[in-house]
Design a protein around this ligand. Structure first.
Ligand SMILES: [Mg+2]
Length: 172
């Protein structure tokens, strides 16, 4: 298993069930924002996101937002969905993950990183020795840098099995 391979691949965040997280043995989630919880430039989350966050927290999992985007974008968004956050987290470097973990009330047994990018979310999780769930990007993206990264991701994504909610857990 390479540094670019996620533990699990799924289409969207609401496909992640409490049962899956229990099978993975994690008790805390570090959540990306852009293209994971909301379209990159929009204040409103995707229609299924708030319900999913509430479900996961009710099931006892700790959730903290960990994004590479600016404070001005991430703070108001996190407040609107009721979560603590770390902005400018510099994924794939571990600094933001460490700051996010310190925001958890209890020390987690194991953490999973959830996000839509191989070279930030998945690589960062693997470098930090954490599990990861890679999602498919949900919104159209603009800018040369993201198009380049998506092109670089293609080979990794081509090998992944996309798991659906309720399916038996398949480790990539
Ligand atoms: Mg993202």
């Amino acid at each position: 298993m390479g540094l670019l391979t996620p533990t699990v691949a799924m289409e969207k965040v609401s496909d992640i069930s409490p049962e899956l997280l229990r099978e993975m043995g994690v008790d805390a989630i570090l959540l990306d924002v852009d293209n994971t919880l909301a379209p990159p430039t929009e204040k409103e989350p995707y229609h299924d996101v708030q319900e999913w966050i509430d479900e996961i927290r009710r099931a006892g999992f700790a959730v903290v937002i960990c994004s590479n985007n600016y404070h001005s974008r991430i703070r108001p968004f996190s407040e609107s969905v009721g979560l603590e956050c770390v902005a400018m987290s510099l994924k794939p470097f571990p600094f933001g993950f460490n700051r996010a973990k310190r925001k958890l009330k209890e020390k987690p047994k194991a953490v999973v990183v959830v996000g839509d990018q191989v070279y930030t979310d998945v690589l960062g999780a693997n470098l930090a020795g954490m599990q990861s769930i890679l999602l498919s990007p949900r919104s159209e993206e603009k800018g040369w840098s993201i198009h380049l990264r998506r092109r670089l991701e293609r080979g990794v994504r081509a090998k992944l099995t996309i798991m659906k909610r309720g399916e038996p857990y398949v480790h990539q």
